[in-house]
Design a protein. Sequence first.
Length: 134
Amino acid sequence: AQSLAWLLNRMGLTAYCWRNTVWLHPVIGAVTLSCSSLGSAIILLFLFLLTPTVPVGRNIAAAVLAVGLVYIGNLLRLMLVLIIGHYWGAASMLTFHDWFGPAITILYVLIAYWIWSLIVVKRRRRPYFYYRWD
């Protein structure tokens, strides 16, 4: 919640944080465990554990990067929820949180997994010669 309030303040909005609650007039958002990116990060970490043939150093580096991207994506999702509540009211904030929030979550988890796979999976090189079918 503190990083969310800090980010909103850097954008020029006045946000206050107390424990797990962020106040951005006229809405108050409580950041609970279900709003965190902990579930997405745990799912990604289990996917990393299921790839034992990859070198450990590269897998750990890719896992740290992907979990960081999940954290940043969740922070941006929560920021969007509060900004929509700030400009369009609490009903719009709840609608966005309940309907578009999961879609955004799926999107940033897939992007993080895609970036992880680009780092971890070796790409095949083209062969030095090609067969000619005459």
